[in-house]
Design a protein around this ligand. Structure first.
Ligand code: PRX
Length: 639
């Protein structure tokens, strides 16, 4: 299917029979000790399984139906119940000893530390919620959050959720056009940003990018700015306000009622790239999402009160939403949040923090593991990593070589690796091991309790074990996206129309004889660069917005560290001459429009792009050519 399938196939072949059974010590203390019995029970009665998990949390009033599938694929969970996820993240803990427990440890790239107990986090969130209310933000209003990795980011998200506003976090690595598009689509009333962010020893000019993006966004009435770098920034009178000024006002008091929400009321939107067109706003809700992420974090990473959890993702992506901000608080856990890059100023940064804070569970992306692996074992070996008991991987397939390094050098062959497959749309882990499950390097093992997945062919029929096909989900799950905000037709079209009744993931995969799933990669026009999800359409439209460019096609090619890297094929307008300077200008232009992660590694000028007779660019052909692989079926090629 994919040109790079052969590469992944070889990896899978090598690792398919390499089994890592769990150690009795790991199993003995785990929440789940017997996978089979719970899996069987959840398969027989998924609604009963989820309802029991939901009862571990607090509801203002109960549901009258666990799952309503009368208008599928618009599924509804915990119908009729009243709840607020923030009540379970914060308010609930104020009644117990946990109010004095550390909720968040934050360390900056330069090594500054800030800590928040549950009590302190609740106070800051309540204060900011009062600020938002005083600025006229109400239930259902959209708020765009565009910040670096600072504690004020989760505080802002939680404050929005507390009063029922819908947050739309835009990853701080995105730039002007990407930010503008997301603000415009969400019609946000308020934006929250920082004067700048530190990353890799450099400053990202967040406020300046926000100012540019807002030039064409009339809906935003105010901008709240968190001071992080202390550099001089433009503050527009009447529009822009400093976070610390607002938090010092009497209105910002530490008591604020948590809004009573319907279980199906929106919690947030998060833009993600799909097939064709603009990024789409995936919508998650308060009730089912809460139950799904709470249960998966608790069971998969076996969270206990004595743990110190570190999800090393960015809060601006779904991994951060679910497993830095919401789920750890739902579980009453202590988390670490780190501002910077793993290798700045030295590649010891992560291992130093594992030792310093006694991290017990580390959840990271394969690209980061591969990046750190390059620097050799001496860096981690200088630190005491014995506090670690579990490791995790997310965002893209982890190649067995990186898996083994992570297992041996970081986990000292003691710590099982939870390779969790999921998506912005799924909200929660979907295919994942548990500590009690035997592992194979590079496989997410089997679907989580109550989830049914399969690998199917073009017609939607299950393929034989060992054959590649489309990964689909066969049953609804509580944290599933509810729709594309403002575009329900696209929700149906994108996920539920290829095979009615089956959720289309956009990934290809295979299943082995043990029922273990192996993800191969995206089959649509999504490119994963360093685990970040980008759309070919966005990169291409950034290129075409440059005056000299007539047409463009972007593809992702396999890369040792980043997983994929972007190559862009550019057709210039007549009269324009290709040159190295122009190629560099175009790279910078994409960086300015979309953000540094989207900058193509290479720009290739061409006279023609391979297209189907109906005019669709055949990226598959470009990719096969670039990789020196067979071009496959060319019968649909225009000439
Ligand atoms: O292709 C799969 C890959 O990431 C895609 C989802 O990207 P996003 O919505 O940005 O969410 C990333 C974080 C959950 C999937 O369609 N992917 C994610 N996790 C894995 C993975 N591929 C292989 N193994 C994983 N563990």
């Amino acid at each position: 299917m994919l040109p790079e399938s052969a590469v992944r196939e070889a990896e899978i072949h090598a690792a398919e029979h390499e089994l890592y059974p769990p150690s009795p010590e790991v199993v003995r203390s785990a929440w789940v000790q017997d996978w089979e019995s719970i899996a069987r029970r959840a398969e027989a009665d998924p609604e009963g399984f989820w309802a029991e998990r939901a009862l571990e949390l607090e509801w203002f009033s109960p549901w009258n139906q666990v799952l309503d599938d009368s208008e599928k694929p618009f599924y509804r969970w915990f119908v009729g119940a009243k709840v607020n996820i923030v009540h379970n993240c914060l308010d609930r803990h104020m009644k117990t000893w946990r109010k004095n427990k550390l909720a968040l440890i934050w360390e900056s790239e330069k090594g500054e530390v800030r800590t928040f107990s549950y009590f302190a986090l609740n106070r800051e969130v309540s204060k900011f919620a009062n600020v938002l209310k005083s600025m006229g933000i109400r239930k259902g209003d959209r708020v765009t959050i565009y910040m670096g990795r600072v504690p004020e980011l989760p505080i802002a998200m939680l404050a929005c959720a507390k009063i029922g506003a819908i947050h739309s976090v835009v990853y701080g690595g995105f730039s002007v056009e990407a930010l503008h598009g997301r603000i415009e689509d969400s019609q946000s009333k308020l934006a929250i940003t920082c004067d700048g962010a530190f990353l890799n020893g450099k400053i990202v000019e967040l406020k300046q990018i926000m100012d540019e993006a807002l030039k064409r966004s009339p809906t935003v009435e105010n901008v709240i700015v968190v001071k992080r770098t202390g550099r001089e920034v433009n503050m527009e009178a009447g529009r822009d306000l400093w976070y610390h000024d607002l938090m010092g006002l009497p209105i910002a008091n530490g008591k604020c009622e948590t809004e009573v929400m319907d279980a199906e009321d929106p919690l947030y939107i998060l833009y993600t790239s799909g097939t064709t067109g603009k990024p789409k706003a995936v919508l998650h809700v308060h009730g089912g999402y809460m139950v799904g992420i709470y249960t998966t974090l608790k069971y998969v990473f076996d969270i206990k009160d004595e743990d110190r959890w570190w999800c090393a993702a960015d809060p601006g992506w779904v991994t951060g939403h679910s497993y830095i901000v919401y789920a750890p608080l739902l579980c009453g856990a202590t988390s670490l949040m780190y501002e910077g890059a793993p290798t700045y100023p030295y590649p010891n940064r992560w291992w130093q923090m594992v030792e310093k804070y006694g991290i017990t569970i580390l959840y990271a992306a394969p690209t980061a593991i591969r990046g750190l692996m390059r620097f050799g074992e001496a860096w981690p070996n200088r630190y005491d990593l014995s506090s670690l008991r579990l490791l995790g991987s997310v965002g893209e397939p982890i190649n067995p070589e990186a898996w083994r390094w992570y297992y041996r050098v970081i986990g000292k062959e003691r710590c099982p690796i939870m390779d969790t497959w999921w998506q912005t749309e799924t909200g929660m882990f979907m295919i994942t091991p548990l500590p009690c499950v035997a592992l194979k390097p590079g496989s997410g093992t089997r679907p989580f309790f109550g989830i049914q997945a399969d690998v199917v062919d073009e017609e939607g029929k299950p393929v034989k074990n060992g054959d590649e096909g489309y990964l689909v989900i066969k049953t609804p799950w509580p944290a599933m996206l509810r729709t594309i905000y403002g575009d329900p037709d696209r929700y149906v079209e994108q996920y539920w129309s290829k095979y009615p009744g089956l959720y289309l993931t956009g990934d290809s995969a295979k299943k082995d004889d043990d029922g273990y799933f192996w993800i191969i990669g995206r089959v649509d026009d999504v490119i994963k660069v360093s685990g970040y999800r980008l759309g070919t359409a966005e990169i291409e439209s950034a290129l075409v917005s440059y005056p000299a460019v007539a047409e463009a096609a972007a593809i992702g090619l396999p890369h040792d560290v980043r997983g994929h890297t972007i190559y862009a094929y550019v057709l210039l307008k007549t009269g324009q001459a290709p040159s190295d300077d122009l190629a560099e200008t175009l790279r910078l232009h994409v960086g300015h429009e979309m953000g540094p992660i989207a900058k193509p590694e290479k720009i290739i000028f061409v006279d023609k792009l391979p297209k189907t007779r109906s005019g669709k660019i055949m990226r598959r052909v470009l990719k096969a050519r670039a990789m020196g692989l067979p071009e496959g079926d060319l019968t649909t090629l225009e000439d």
